[in-house]
Design a protein around this ligand. Structure first.
Ligand code: COI
Length: 355
């Protein structure tokens, strides 16, 4: 994904002279950071779970050099999106699920976590404060990044005496800019993302940079992303660096089982439900590389990538191609998911939250 940063821009008056939208080229959105107007900040002491937070102007934060997040990596993040419907109203997709995942991670990393109510309220407040940055219907979404991290100063190994819960936003479009239709992946053999007993099953900040070197190498060879294998045997696929993975063979959809090394993705979980509704058989299981190479379709799922088809996978120098495009099951599932997220399809599951 691109890494350029744009600063808050002037406001674009809407047709009736109001100031409805920020001045952004909505047709060119990708996954670059565009700083918006406000963020939400709450601080928790280790014993105090319920400090109220505030919306403040978006700005740099001050940290002690001894903040636990900086040296011991005590931090979690989340990702969810706000969409503008055709009628102009704004919706969130399953924010309660992000709250629950943050709580699960906080327990593992010994941090107080916001309650589901505080989390969802913070997300709503941040999105509403930045409403002019929510792209017009069909042009993208406002990506919301809630974070929980140890800001208290500490020297000896242990949890921070104070944590910060912070939510910021950025308007976004396609994650894989230039490869929206299908991505080309390679299977990484040397580096791993997660280990049994490690933090692969929570959204810890420490899960991501360990694959930067492998990702950079793969991008230099023209691949969009990498598929990581299990660290114990190197035989089974686990995740793509930025998202979960599904394979389809005939009418059976398979995805790696969440046994502690795989992020329990909210898009992953939603796609499993939608695929079952379409009468596909869904298996959560160990998936050997051979099954991936023999699949009819492969696709990625995640908040950032939504559902992105995989056009090819290269393994040990050999390239295997997969079905993509309008006839693909991934296309149907993506249309169902984004239809619900943007209000074009009825949400019979109660996944969306109007704000
Ligand atoms: C998301 O999809 O929300 C993520 O957090 C993945 C990240 C690598 C962009």
């Amino acid at each position: 994904a691109p890494s350029s940063i744009q600063s808050p821009a002037a406001t674009q008056p809407d047709s009736d002279g109001g100031e409805k939208y920020a001045k952004v080229n909505w047709d060119e959105l990708d996954f670059s950071l565009t700083c918006t107007d406000y963020m939400y900040v709450a601080r928790f002491s280790a014993e105090d779970k319920f400090s109220p937070g505030n919306i403040t102007p978006y700005r740099n934060i001050e940290l002690s050099p001894a903040a636990a997040v900086l040296h011991y990596g005590q931090g979690l993040f989340e990702g969810l999106k706000a969409y503008r419907r055709e009628d102009g109203r704004i919706m969130l997709f399953r924010p309660d699920q992000n709250a629950l995942r943050m709580q699960m991670g906080a327990e593992r990393m010994f941090m107080p976590a916001p309650s589901t109510e505080q989390f969802v309220d913070a997300v709503k407040q941040t999105v509403l404060a930045n409403k002019r940055w929510v792209p017009p219907h069909g042009k993208g979404s406002l990506y919301v990044r809630p974070m929980l991290f140890g800001t208290g100063a500490i020297l000896g190994l242990g949890p921070a005496p104070e944590c910060t819960f912070l939510v910021f936003t950025s308007p976004t479009g396609h994650y894989y800019k230039g490869s929206e239709k299908a991505v080309n992946l390679c299977i990484e053999k040397k580096f791993h993302r997660a280990t049994p007993g490690g933090t692969g099953g929570i959204k810890s900040i420490t899960n991501y940079s360990p694959v930067f070197e492998a990702l950079k190498g793969a991008k230099a060879k023209g691949f969009d992303d990498i598929i990581l294998l299990d660290a114990a045997t190197g035989k089974y696929i686990e995740e793509i660096a930025s998202c979960n993975i599904f394979i389809l063979k005939g009418d059976t959809l398979s995805t790696p089982e969440t046994l502690g090394t795989i992020l329990p993705g909210i898009t992953r979980k939603s796609i499993i439900e939608l695929a079952k509704e379409l009468n596909y058989k869904v298996e959560e299981r160990l998936i050997p590389v051979e099954d991936v190479l023999a699949a009819d379709e492969v696709f990625c799922t995640g908040t950032a990538v939504v559902v992105t088809p995989v056009g090819s996978i290269t393994y040990e120098g050999k390239r295997t191609e997969y079905r993509t495009g309008e006839g693909a099951v991934s296309h149907k599932l993506r249309a169902m998911l984004t239809g619900i997220q943007t209000g074009l399809l009825m949400d019979s599951k109660g996944w969306t939250v109007l704000i």
